[in-house]
Design a protein around this ligand. Structure first.
Ligand code: SAM
Ligand code: SF4
Length: 333
């Protein structure tokens, strides 16, 4: 297919990866992500299925080759599977990969349909295998559903990567067991440092766990072989000799990964955020709903490329406000 002007930012980074949040709503309330009484957006502000589809096609036309659907929890949106199918039809026709990030609670119901649409890989967030701790962390008793969802995804032929936020004194002690379990099931796994986005009920700083310390701890028992960077993403991978599996580390706080950034994020209301840690944004909903959506969208994407900052400036420290007031559930990680 012919592609209009590719998306290249002011630092000569080619933007080829879109993370599209389809809803800010969620059926869990992870303590590091959102407060118990999270206020969700009015439904009228959220892009319709048709708008999400049109937007995605405009991005593909500008050289976006990978789309990740995220949220909030993408699978709580009722027409989500229709979008997955519609975008699945672009695979091989501009789109190289369609994927999603989910908490897994509804994956058992949708795994077959997702695989049928052409999705090959999903990321499932799982911070613990302990049902009580899962309930404390997510404020919902849903571990069994998530494990069932992961099994269903695997049975449907989807490659599953487990994403785990490392939290000091909370799931820290269970990390080796989670790695063993994930690798034993044939899943890759990635550990993530908690990021200061949006107000939550407690203090994130108390539970911030730098991943270099986790790596040191794992190396007391295991041999970790560095793998070459081949994902184009922020994770740095190792092979754990003892389990045979791949383990990734996403370290936005201890090791900045912005120089090779190839991505942009769009919220469910059509705000394009040029950087996960920044405030720079353009309003794609206004463009979509204007009299000349094609021209307005093209102009908005050009603006996004001009304003994308060189790097984020996350800091996590006592008493410090979040780097951005919006929660991770707005931009989907
Ligand atoms: N609900 C889906 C899920 O949990 O996978 C998709 C959206 S969720 C916002 C995407 C990822 O962001 C999850 O892996 C979650 O653990 C992570 N996350 C949420 N808040 C975070 C924070 N403040 N710092 C680091 N990761 C966070
Ligand atoms: Fe929901 Fe994902 Fe945030 Fe947990 S991390 S509250 S599952 S959006």
């Amino acid at each position: 297919m012919s592609c209009s002007t590719p998306l290249v930012d002011a630092f000569d980074r080619r933007i080829s990866y879109l993370r599209l949040s389809v809803t800010d709503r969620c059926d869990l309330r992870c303590t590091y992500c959102m407060p118990e009484k999270m206020k969700f957006l009015p439904r009228k502000d959220v892009l319709s299925l048709e708008e999400l589809h049109k937007l995605s096609l405009a991005f593909i036309d500008r050289g976006i080759t990978k789309i990740r659907l995220t949220g909030g929890e993408p699978l709580v949106r009722r027409d989500m599977i229709e979008l997955v199918h519609a975008l699945g039809r672009k695979l091989g026709d501009g789109l190289d990969e369609l994927t999603l990030t989910t908490n897994g609670t509804r994956l058992a119901e949708f795994a077959d349909a997702i695989a049928d649409a052409g999705v090959r890989r999903v990321n499932v967030s799982l911070d613990t295998l302990d049902a009580n701790l899962f309930q404390t962390l997510s404020r919902r008793d849903r571990l069994a559903d998530v494990l069932q969802g992961i099994s269903a995804a695997q049975a449907a032929g989807l490659h599953v990567k487990i994403n785990t936020v490392a939290l000091k004194g909370i799931n820290e002690a269970g990390i080796p067991r989670l790695v063993e379990w994930a690798h034993g099931q044939g899943h890759d796994m990635t550990l993530i440092e908690v990021m200061p986005l949006g107000e939550v009920d407690g203090q994130r700083v108390e539970h911030y766990l730098p991943l270099p310390a986790v790596r040191d701890r794992l190396e007391q028992d295991w041999t970790l072989d560095d793998l070459p960077d081949d994902t184009g993403g922020p994770a740095r991978y190792v092979r754990v000799q003892e389990t045979g599996g791949r383990l990734g580390f996403i370290t936005p706080l201890t090791n900045n990964f912005c120089a090779s950034c190839n991505r942009i994020r769009v919220t469910a209301t059509g705000e394009l955020f040029a950087c996960l840690g920044g405030a720079e944004k353009v309003d794609l909903r206004a463009a979509l709903r204007s009299d000349d959506p094609d021209a307005q969208l093209a102009a908005a994407l050009d603006t996004a490329m001009r304003i994308k900052p060189e790097r984020h400036h996350f800091r996590i420290a006592d008493g410090e406000a979040p780097a951005q007031p919006r929660h991770m559930s707005m931009t989907g990680g």
